[in-house]
Write a protein that binds this ligand. Structure first.
Ligand SMILES: [Zn+2]
Length: 326
């Protein structure tokens, strides 16, 4: 009988443009990694097949067989069934797709599925910037702004899987958000918004790239600096509100805009200094430590938990399928 320590799991990050996967051991050591294009316009079946193919290729490359898989996927995920219940328009036939069941059947193992931002927070709590924390908030500043909340060691997904949507809390501007409503945090703090707000201030250069604006800010462009100050202040206000509501001490910030942490940090810290938690407890806000691997590593952490709990949660149907097939 093999030792538990020899088991390997797969952590999969499914986004709108690419699917990444890692094979990971119990300590979070990455044994192999790969990325394929996400066939988001071809439907859930094609996405699931691409993810399964990537895992099979990594197994072949390393001569291993994974014991379980976890997925961090774009969209809102039903925490009971691992089915996608809401997603952006860039995905075809993704809403309603039973990802945990389908991918579990393709791979013949238990598969746990969570939202990509929840997986990001799992990853940072398991192996990253807030490792060892049991109560934390994760904020991903990417194309949009995503959020996740963990309390008592577990990510709180909410009854509809939509807890932690800090990006769509109001009061930060008068600008129309990607969701159609007005003034949300995302209108100042997402990568796309940082590009758009800079374009408005600058009056000439048009961009949707926060990293382009970051280059400008580092070169001393006042419009670019003001754009990052506005983003940092808004994120600080959102964090101050959330930590007072939840009595959470650790906050980790990831996503593509994390690459401009040096530019966000001054206004973010100034805002937090002016808005300390009433608990008097020192708040710790840190950038992601796992970079581009945080979602996949968090997904791997979900897979380990699935194994430890005897593969229940949102793969119960898969286990029945597998059992029936034997
Ligand atoms: Zn919104």
């Amino acid at each position: 009988m093999g030792s538990v320590d020899t088991l390997i799991v797969a952590g999969i990050d499914i986004g709108g443009t690419k699917i990444s996967a890692l094979l990971v051991d119990r300590l979070g050591t990455v044994l192999a990694s790969g990325t394929v294009r996400a066939p988001a316009s071809e439907g859930g079946d094609a996405m699931s097949a691409a993810a399964a193919g990537l895992v099979r290729a990594l197994e072949a490359e390393t001569g291993t067989v994974v014991a379980a898989a976890g997925v961090g996927a774009a969209g809102v995920i039903d925490p009971e069934t691992g089915t996608i219940t809401a997603a952006s328009e860039s995905f075809t036939d993704w809403v309603g797709f039973p990802l945990a069941v389908d991918l579990g059947a393709r791979l013949g193992i238990g598969v746990a599925v969570d939202n990509d931002v929840n997986a990001f927070l799992h990853g940072e709590m398991s192996y990253g910037a807030v490792a060892g924390s049991s109560d934390a908030i994760g904020i991903m500043l990417g194309t949009g702004v995503g959020g996740a909340i963990a309390m008592g060691g577990d990510v709180f997904v909410g009854p509809r899987g939509a807890a932690g949507e800090i990006g769509h809390t109001p009061g930060y501007s008068e600008i129309v958000c990607t969701c159609g409503q007005r003034g949300h945090l995302e209108t100042l703090a997402s990568g796309r918004s940082i590009g758009a707000r800079y374009s408005e201030r600058n009056g000439g250069i048009v961009t949707d790239s926060a990293l382009f604006v970051a280059e400008k800010a580092r070169a001393g462009d006042p419009a670019a600096i003001a754009t990052f100050d506005a983003a940092g202040e808004a994120i600080g206000m959102a964090i101050a509100t959330a930590v007072n509501l939840l009595d959470v001490q650790d906050v980790v910030i990831g996503g593509g805009v994390r690459g401009a942490w040096d530019l966000l940090e001054p206004a973010l810290n100034a805002t937090l200094l002016d808005n300390q938690p009433v608990s008097g407890y020192p708040l710790v806000v840190v950038p992601s430590a796992l970079g581009g691997h945080s979602v996949a590593l968090g997904a791997a952490a979900l897979a380990w938990r699935l194994l430890d709990r005897g593969a229940t949660a949102n793969t119960m149907n898969v286990n029945d399928l597998v059992r029936n097939a034997l």
